[in-house]
Design a protein around this ligand. Structure first.
Ligand SMILES: NC(=O)c1ccc[n+]([C@@H]2O[C@H](COP(=O)([O-])OP(=O)(O)OC[C@H]3O[C@@H](n4cnc5c(N)ncnc54)[C@H](OP(=O)(O)O)[C@@H]3O)[C@@H](O)[C@H]2O)c1
Length: 267
């Protein structure tokens, strides 16, 4: 089987790369010789990571300090990317930093989360996916959450935008895998990231046990990327776990929908 670099190189964009799972994903890619465009709001941590990755793995880096919740985010990242060939787009930034009920946080906080998690992700997948399909190879990796499978208190917007990611990835997988482009939505459970630690500390809640290690999450993402559209952290492909149905069962459902839509729209 081709290595990650052949499948998803020469460059990857990691959106939300400065810490946690995004940083672990960038490190994993760099260790495989893939050059990285590192995106987050804070330039300092991105510059430090870029220097580490260049020194340790000899790859090239581009730092793009961009707020993904702004209308112009996708264009700003594209400007930083320039003419570089992007073989992988990773949508990682997506946690809810508010930890609030819907009515107890300003509406603009929620709109920003939708812009970051839905609109910017969609625009980016359209931009980079178009070039990947033309090339006949590439990957789109969307980091999600078990919250995608249903709503709950403190999760009204978060679970909704993760449900968008789940359904969007299933559709993209059906449309793009015949063209050699891998698509994966990875539903995480609690993971030991600075964002989670910060939220728990702000709420005065002790660190929960059994958190996933971001490096393990990154390794799992790349083991499963060729086997989309979904993987649930901690569950085998045929185990339901957080979801009412397993990833394998959802895959069968996506394929069945493809059969019926083909009858209407053609191949
Ligand atoms: N940690 C968990 O327990 C857990 C559980 C389930 C799912 N997940 C999912 O895993 C992913 C990563 O979660 P996380 O805990 O590491 O927190 P996160 O806040 O989603 O990700 C942190 C990274 O995203 C960047 N970021 C956040 N908002 C941004 C924005 N508006 N524009 C640009 N960059 C932004 C941060 O850097 P800057 O602050 O510099 O912008 C940082 O690099 C998310 O999609 C989340 O939903 C996490």
């Amino acid at each position: 089987m081709a290595g990650l670099k052949d499948r998803y190189g020469p460059w990857a964009v990691v959106a939300g790369a400065s810490e946690g799972t995004g940083l672990a994903i960038a490190r994993h890619l760099a260790s495989e010789g893939i050059h990285c465009v590192l995106v987050a709001r804070r330039a300092g941590p991105l510059e430090a990571l870029a220097a580490d990755l260049r020194a340790e793995f000899g790859i090239e880096t581009v730092v793009a300090p961009v707020d993904l919740s702004l209308d112009e985010a996708c264009e700003q990242v594209a400007t930083a990317v320039g003419a570089r060939e992007i073989g992988l787009y990773v949508s990682n930034a997506g946690a809810d930093p508010t930890g609030a009920h819907f009515l107890d946080a300003p509406i603009d906080d929620w709109v920003g989360q939708i812009q970051r998690g839905v609109i910017t992700t969609m625009r980016s997948c359209h931009r980079y996916g178009t070039a990947m399909r033309a090339r006949g190879r590439g990957g789109l990796l969307l980091i999600g959450s078990g919250g995608c499978y249903g709503g709950g208190a403190y999760m009204s917007v978060y679970s909704g935008l993760k449900a968008f990611g789940l359904n969007f990835a299933e559709g993209l997988w059906a449309e793009l895998s015949p063209h050699g482009v891998d698509v994966l939505f990875m539903a995480l459970s609690t993971t030991d990231t600075p964002a989670l630690r910060k939220l728990l500390a702000a709420k005065g809640v002790p660190l929960v046990e059994g958190l996933a290690d971001p490096a393990d999450v990154a390794a799992h993402a790349f083991a499963r990327l060729p086997h989309g559209p979904i993987t649930n952290w901690g569950q085998a492909d045929d185990e339901p776990g957080m979801s009412p149905v397993s990833a394998a069962a959802r895959r069968q459902r996506v394929l069945a929908i493809g059969e019926s839509t083909r009858r209407i729209f053609g191949s």
